[in-house]
Design a protein around this ligand. Sequence first.
Ligand code: NAD
Length: 376
Amino acid sequence: MKRTVAALAGDGIGPEVMREAIKVLRAVEKAHGLRLDIQEALVGWDAIDKEGKALPDRTLALCKESDAILFGAVGLQYRDSEVPKEKRPERAASLRLRRQFGLYANLRPIKLPAELAYGSPLRPERLGDGIDLLVVRQATGGLYNTARKKTEAVLEVRGEGAPMQQVLRAVDTLSLTASEIERVAQMAFLAATLRRRKVTSVDKANILETSILWRQVVTEASRRFPDVTLEHMLVDTAAMQLVLRPDQFDVVVCEGMFGDILADEAAALVGSLGLLPSASLGARHQGQVFGLYEPAGGTAPDIAGKNVANPIAQILAAALMLRYSFGWQPAAQAIEDAVRKVLAAGYRTPDLRGPSTAGFRMVSTSEMGSAIAEAL
Ligand code: NAD
């Protein structure tokens, strides 16, 4: 069956790494007899420059007609002052797409292959069997997205100068409904059935009302997945355990802010952002999960245009797309195996430079992409 992909490369290193992901998708398409229709479209500053807005109507229309979005990255801090905050690509394109397609769950797989253990800040004995975990967090609802936010200001007059406002109290609200918890829990359990079948649900049920509800709903949802083991862990314990014994985790599921922090903590254990993909998933339509797949990192303006960025995060994002949106598990696995094989053969982009380069083959963005495509 043919699947259509909207490929939105965006800014900074986006176009360089997207080119390699498409190269790898073409190779896997050939090797596995798949049919992919990949259409590229403008997003980000590139789109503002050429079409006047970060997410042009044509791009949005293409996304609506597609089965999934493969996204690069958007945003360039040095251009932030050119447009008001709400027109910047991070909000007007990235956030807008998540809202438009109801992408309520964010998945961050964090994997440290044994051959890259030197890049981890953890001592080898702490790494145990290696890091291979998946953080599933709420991308809508929760603390970051609850509408009730408030700042209370009082007017203060200082001396003879102009009056100054000083905020004395600010309020964010954490509100969760049972159905919001239920759908993200379901996503975590489904993902666990494709992995080692263990879910660690992270909350703060000794303090927060929302966490008490969270624990009840996740426990209830787990009954539909009798072959997946569920454990509950308080968020402070989880933060400690992640650095003490990361190999105990398979799938970690939590509310948005907890997940944001834990996923970045886990990512730091891997050593380079250039290795880590991310998926934002939404409702199922006709048995298919719609998703936006992208690298966990940003546009990396410091290295853009130099053919030195690591394309692996973008390539692994494409593998996630094949797995979660298209159900092409063997093809997804083949891409992940090819990445592993190329790393084992010593291919390294500059971000993966070790204590010495002995035994390594230092390569560019495009050489890394070609090596992975050839390994397929
Ligand atoms: P960043 O992730 O772009 O870069 C942080 C560091 O990681 C840099 O030193 C960069 O060189 C390195 N890095 C990132 N990806 C790499 C790769 N593939 N290979 C090698 N090194 C890599 O974060 P930042 O510098 O804070 O943000 C830059 C811009 O990206 C900002 O405008 C920000 O808003 C945007 N951003 C966008 C997204 C997105 O589109 N999803 C996500 C994060 C940040």
